[in-house]
Design a protein around this ligand. Structure first.
Ligand code: PAF
Length: 280
């Protein structure tokens, strides 16, 4: 495994590999790696001869500066995990390397960004698009792997790839969960023991929402889920919405056609957790 800190070094290394015509897969991360990230690496290695992982806590996607400051960083453990997973290249740039100049680009994702995370974390997806477009430009991947836990991010990145006409296949990968059902997230490390104990309720309430389909209206299911989440000690729902899986627009009746997904963001104390579930 080679760890490179500059875009120049990575471009050179990858250029040599690309000449051989091998498929190159890319897993962008912000580090504090867990089994969810490693499952993306596994997926990547199934179809791509070369696997590149980036570790960069991207400041432009944090609308909350204390969230950025507290975001877990554990580079040594991360590199060890990636070495064990037989990753070929790790790109581990500094902030100066990624943003030698302020990135003033503004992306417009239309209705995809006016709901849920887009609404509750202003500027977040613009920052995600800034960094992912830069990383794609440096890595030039054939395929890029993203977790479905970040359901809206996936939709935004697919849209960005279309908008910028990039030659990269975006591969969605299933959410990996702890044994008790909690979706894996680097932020789980920041939960207090008490909030960690209660956090699997999020998944349980998502499953319950799916069960309640057709027994209650969409609005009733939304209301009862929020009430149940807010009843957990120290928990506060940021949003719970049942949306059309492709457009991310609110579902108002179960009769509406097409796949539907419930998306949730909850504060467990100060830590914001997200999850989602598809309706069958
Ligand atoms: O999902 C993440 O970890 C980040 O948003 C990403 C895609 C690595 C961009 O910083």
């Amino acid at each position: 495994m080679k760890t490179l800190a500059t875009a120049k070094e990575l471009r050179e290394a990858i250029g040599n590999v690309k000449k051989t015509g091998q498929l190159l897969g890319f897993v962008p991360t912000m580090g504090a790696l867990h089994s969810g990230h490693l499952s993306l690496v596994e997926e990547c290695k199934k179809t791509c001869a070369i696997c590149v992982v980036s570790i960069f806590v991207n400041p432009t996607q944090f609308n909350d500066k204390s969230d950025l400051k507290n975001y877990p960083r554990m580079p040594e453990q991360d590199l060890k995990k990636l070495e064990d997973a037989q990753v070929d290249f790790v790109f581990f740039p500094s902030e100066k390397e990624m943003y030698p100049e302020e990135d003033t680009r503004v992306f417009h994702f239309g209705v995809l960004e006016t709901v849920m995370e887009g609404l509750h974390r202003p500027g977040h997806f613009n920052g995600v698009a800034q960094i992912v477009s830069k990383l794609f430009d440096i890595v030039q991947p054939d395929k890029a792997f993203f977790g479905e836990k970040d359901f809206q991010q996936l939709a935004i990145i697919k849209k960005m790839v279309k908008m910028l006409d990039l030659n990269v296949e975006v591969v969605p990968c299933a959410t990996i969960r702890e044994d008790d059902g909690l979706a894996m997230s680097s932020r789980n490390l920041l939960l207090t023991p008490e909030n960690r104990k209660n956090a699997p309720r999020i998944r349980q309430l998502l499953l319950q929402a799916v069960e309640r389909q057709h027994q209650a209206t969409v609005q009733e299911v939304e209301k009862e889920t929020v009430t149940a989440l807010d009843a957990i000690e120290n928990f506060k729902t940021d949003y719970f919405e049942i949306v059309h899986s492709d457009t991310l627009q609110p579902v108002t009746s179960w009769d509406e056609k097409g796949p539907k997904t419930a998306c949730v963001a909850v504060y467990a104390g100060k830590i914001r957790l997200i999850d989602n579930i598809r309706f069958l």
